[in-house]
Design a protein around this ligand. Structure first.
Ligand SMILES: Cc1cc2nc3c(=O)[nH]c(=O)nc-3n(C[C@H](O)[C@H](O)[C@H](O)COP(=O)(O)O)c2cc1C
Length: 143
């Protein structure tokens, strides 16, 4: 049984480009071993992470539980969880949305303002925004 989970969190003050690279490196090493794919989006101006994890129910739950304990972020909030027939992000053990190419109009489409705030909108809106981000922004760190 495949599931898709999406969460948001606030990055710790210490999170910078090097910390982000370290998270992505470890994700690329670990995720293929447990059949998890997904995309991580770091919004630098709001200092917020959005991540989608896809894979088997147990693998996704175990990884989410581990990630939620990570001191590099806090206020981890589950936005969406669903059983799925197929993956949307099967090409990436953990892709990274390039936020430098994020169009503020896209955030505005799903929010009250142009600053990304997944805590203030529905999980459905965040997932829709995320899907558009992935379609329109470039994705790095492919595997
Ligand atoms: C925002 C965020 C996203 C993360 N995503 C992943 C991930 O997709 N896969 C992963 O293995 N670890 C991820 N981590 C790191 C885990 O919290 C944890 O440090 C790591 O899995 C430990 O792996 P290790 O036991 O191999 O050292 C993430 C951490 C943060 C802060």
């Amino acid at each position: 049984m495949l599931v898709r989970l999406m969460y948001a969190s606030r990055a710790a003050d210490s999170v910078n480009a090097d910390a982000l690279a370290a998270i992505l490196k470890r994700s690329k090493e670990n995720n293929p071993k447990v059949g998890v794919t997904g995309v991580l989006c770091f919004c630098a101006n709001a200092h917020i992470f959005l991540q989608v994890l896809e894979g088997g129910r147990l693998a996704v739950s175990a990884l989410y539980n581990r990630i939620s304990q990570d001191p590099r972020h806090h206020d981890v909030a589950l936005l969406s969880y669903e059983e799925i027939g197929e993956r949307s992000f099967s090409h990436w053990s953990m892709g990274q949305v390039n936020m430098s190419r994020l169009n503020p109009a896209l955030v505005l489409k799903y929010s009250e303002g142009t600053v990304l705030d997944p805590y203030a909108v529905s999980g459905q809106a965040s997932l829709a925004l995320f899907n558009e981000l992935v379609a329109t922004a470039s994705i790095g760190v492919q595997v």
